[in-house]
Design a protein around this ligand. Structure first.
Ligand code: EPU
Length: 423
């Protein structure tokens, strides 16, 4: 198992190219199941989660090839005939559940393993299931698998989500493209990844409107055709690297960055004392002074502050002046980075869904353990500004969501390396 070693210091200067969004690409790839013709995705990120989705779709009969060192994915489902998403693959990645809607739309039948719990929370699938049932599917849970069937095909329905689930919006949107009649999703998720999926489905011939708002309307069509679609910029990778100069000083330009992807996050950075300016190629980030200010953060569905940037922001606030309260409203167990940050000298108290962070002067390097994707990267960021060496173990989590993290940070002057270790 590899470790990452970061030696604190600074400043960081230069530019970082932001990749296509993992969470958009994971939703776009299953859209291949909706058409007999090929779907080409450009600007795809090179990540282990993308490999897992590739493996899953191949197990369903899709053919997938890559071009340009993995940045282009060509997916073809003309001979995809297997409706069974096996536990062996699904358990590796919750986003595997995004094949449920497309499989049902294509075969009128799907057998998809439940993903099980994951480190950040229980993450049930009730919203997906209730919505697909409203569209005429009969769904039963047997032996850990959801057995779904829609004899005679799915039918359009008006669906009211009790929570704006990203995955359920994506699943239902895909299923509805080929359903008979009109589907309306109320309280739909508004994330940029939803808009990206809707854009791609429209390129394939789907009739979708309202994406990016809380009410999405999908008119079912007979068939979808092939298309080529560029994956939207990864706003979470963007936000993560925007924080690097906030930790270590200097000025970094994020190529491909857009403020509209991260408005709530950028507003918090301004309050903390970090300037973000738009450039022709993206965004430039620089802190206003060495001492940052504490702020309170509440994670919320888009356009609120993203849960996927909470860990990284908590790490930054560890050395801000004053006390910050972070409230996690999306996942019930997403503070696993807190005890690791405490090992680096942070002052953090966690009570249920709240974490109180009282700023200390400096963090100190320590051996720490990555517990999930975003927690891992928060420890790297903390290491950039800590005194001495931070050794992060279990970094395989990082490979799920950050391509070439070491090279990207080295490129702006960070002292960071990846080593093989036995731990
Ligand atoms: N939820 C339910 N029932 C459901 C679905 C969701 O109770 O049927 C709950 C979940 O348990 C969770 C909350 O609703 O507490 C949010 O879940 P949502 O469905 O919105 O999230 P997701 O689709 O499972 C995606 C991202 C996550 C990101 C969340 C929230 C992908 C592949 N994953 O997950 O990304 O945190 O939206 O924005 O798109 C990450 O990249 O690190 C990551 C965890």
């Amino acid at each position: 198992m590899d470790s990452i070693i970061v030696t604190g210091g600074g400043p960081l200067n230069g530019e970082i190219l932001i990749a296509g969004a993992k969470n958009a690409c994971l939703a776009l790839m299953p859209a291949t199941l909706l058409s007999e013709e090929p779907l080409t995705l450009t600007n795809a990120p090179r990540l282990s989660d993308i490999k897992t989705m590739t493996e899953l779709l191949q197990s369903l009969g899709a053919e997938i090839s890559t071009l340009d060192e993995g940045r282009v994915l060509v997916l073809s489902s003309h001979s995809a005939d297997n409706p069974l998403a096996h536990y062996d693959i699904v358990r590796k990645m919750r986003a595997s559940n995004l094949v449920l809607g497309p499989l049902l739309a294509r075969h009128g039948k799907a057998v998809v393993s439940l993903p099980g719990g994951c480190a950040i929370g229980a993450r049930p699938m009730d919203i997906h299931v209730t919505a697909l049932e409203a569209m005429g599917a009969v769904i039963e849970l047997k032996d850990g698998y959801l057995h779904a069937e829609a004899k005679g095909g799915l039918k359009g329905a008006v669906i009211d989500f009790h929570f704006a689930s990203v995955g359920a919006t994506e699943n239902v949107m895909m299923a509805a493209t080929l359903a008979k009649g009109t589907t309306v999703i109320n309280n739909a998720a508004r994330e940029p990844e939803i808009v990206d999926l809707a854009d791609c489905l429209r390129r394939m011939g789907a009739q979708i409107s309202g994406d990016g708002t809380s009410s999405i309307t999908i008119e079912g069509v007979e068939r979808l055709h092939g298309a080529t679609h560029p994956v939207v910029t990864d706003r979470i990778e963007l936000g993560t690297y925007m924080l690097a100069p906030a930790f270590a000083g200097g000025e970094v330009e994020l190529i491909g960055g857009r403020i509209d992807l991260l408005q709530a996050f950028v507003e918090k950075l301004d309050q903390i004392g970090v300037d973000v300016t738009e450039t022709k190629r993206g965004l430039k980030v620089k802190r206003r002074s060495d001492k940052l200010k504490a702020v309170d953060i509440v994670t919320e569905p888009f356009p609120g502050f993203p849960t996927d940037l909470q860990a990284q922001m908590m790490a930054l606030l560890c050395t801000a002046k004053g006390t910050s309260v972070l409230e996690e409203k999306i996942f019930e167990n997403r503070f696993m980075h807190a005890p690791e940050l405490v090992r680096m000298g942070a002052n953090i108290e966690v009570h249920g869904g709240h974490a109180t962070v009282t700023g200390v002067d400096k963090l100190k390097g320590a051996p720490v353990m990555a517990t999930d994707l975003r927690a891992s990267v928060s420890l790297i960021l903390a290491g950039l500004a800590a005194e001495g060496e931070t050794v992060i173990s279990r970094v395989y989590h990082l490979d799920r969501g950050y391509e070439h993290v070491v090279a990207k940070l080295r490129g702006v002057g960070a002292q960071i390396k990846r080593v093989k270790s036995n731990g």
